[in-house]
Design a binder for this molecule. Sequence first.
Ligand code: FAD
Ligand code: AMP
Length: 475
Amino acid sequence: MSEKFDVIVIGGGPGGYVAAIRAAQLGLKTACIDAFTGKDGKAAPGGTCLNVGCIPSKALLDSSKHFHHLNHDYKAHGISVENAAIDVPAMIARKDGVVKKLTGGVSQLLKGNKVAFYHGKGKLGAGRKVTVTPLDGGDDVTLSADNVILASGSVPIQIPNIEFDGEHIVDNVGALDFDHVPETLGVIGAGVIGLELGSVWSRLGAKVTMLEALPDFLAMADIDVAKQAAREFKKQKLDIRLGAMVQSAAVKGGKVNVTVEIKGKESEMTFDRLLVSVGRKPYTDGLLEEDSGVSLTGRGQIDVDDHCRTSAPGVWAIGDCVRGPMLAHKASEEGVAVAELIAGKHAHIHFDTVPWVVYTDPEIAWVGKTEQQLKEEGIEYKTGSFPLAANGRALAGGQGTGLVKMLADAETDQILGVHIFGANASELVSECVVAMEFQGCSEDLARIIHAHPTLSEAIHEAALHLDGRAIHRGN
Ligand code: FAD
Ligand code: AMP
């Protein structure tokens, strides 16, 4: 006899565990199945995000930032420290502690909300029958439900001719766990993950070379932000080579030899470690029985409509395994929306206002369209900007690098995009997300009182500049 649930969620990442908690809050009998196993061999719900993604990368970014400031920036504050050293195993242990605390917190939240949790691999069959293969021993368990939410996440893309060995050639998992600072680190792909993990090891002293296939740096960001960021990262000694298509890599004598074609010319490079961060792909291995009725797209994503419904009745899919940006907050919001739809409520996700963040130093964050996109789409726009070098709080904190750039409809003044390169951009962008969600205009932000001195005044000034009335810069 199989146990019957209202909702079964397969996958316990920020998509799955959030969907399970929201479904349980709405009074639905809910189960969540997750296969992630922590370093201690126990269940570690939280998915890629908590275990090997958003959180551990930020823990290491923060540790390495402290070290970098100590060596490079504190002198200007009159603080001198001699012989500053980094204890990599201690830094990794702190990161692991943060991860453990958060995955333990998710277990408690699931329990507190009376979600039945299974540490195992779930497989969906016809009629929403789900087989769980437990990872802590025991026989398979069969469950069924009126609704099943698939939230199986994503895995790194592998380049043909480059095998991960977990030590010299690694993905995000390996790069979050080096036991020492490599003297040289090659990073294939100067996208979000490559930039973040490249920054960590560069700040700790590794000579980092980033090999990016595209001719433009951070092509998905606004052009002015990408230009300033490229200049700043060069100053920080990140060696970013554009138009560099990596062909193959092999480990020899403890080093990694990489063959790369740069602007049509083939050359060899040698690194102590190589991080492959060329993007992620949806993960559906072992998730679906042949008769599940769930279709995949040509790109391997689970095919869903605007409300995350798959081709099988009562089966939904959310997060990295479906279309849309591979971001934790997008996965979570889809999870909440689907749980509410199942419970008979209305729910909608605004993909136009999903914020993006790259946690470099300074951070890059944006919401809405870039100037390039507006041009391509033939939308008439106005632009305003403000340099952080003219913001008092930024200068007081030694954070005068960067800018805020705002784009608004030329006729209606509705905000179409805001792009920030600067300290705390990840937090500053929220104000702009709110403004855009409320279909606000640049005039709204221009008239809102911003506390002084704060970095948020740069957003205020960019909005004023859009109308030619910035106070602290020429118009
Ligand atoms: P996942 O988090 O991948 O979770 C899926 C879970 O399902 C996993 O635990 C997996 O084991 C489990 N699973 C899969 N198949 C089965 C099965 N058949 N049975 C049972 N369990 C199964 N995003 C941000 O928004 N901000 C960031 O700062 C950020 N930083 C990142 C840094 C790195 C290094 C990486 C790699 C990613 C980062 N991301 C970030 C992306 C973010 O991690 C993902 O977008 C997010 O985790 C997607 O959530 P998800 O729930 O869809 O999938
Ligand atoms: P992201 O999807 O943000 O993690 O970025 C991945 C980056 O890797 C993109 O900018 C791609 O252009 C880049 N990329 C993909 N394949 C290769 C390759 N073979 N060599 C170098 N860069 C690559």
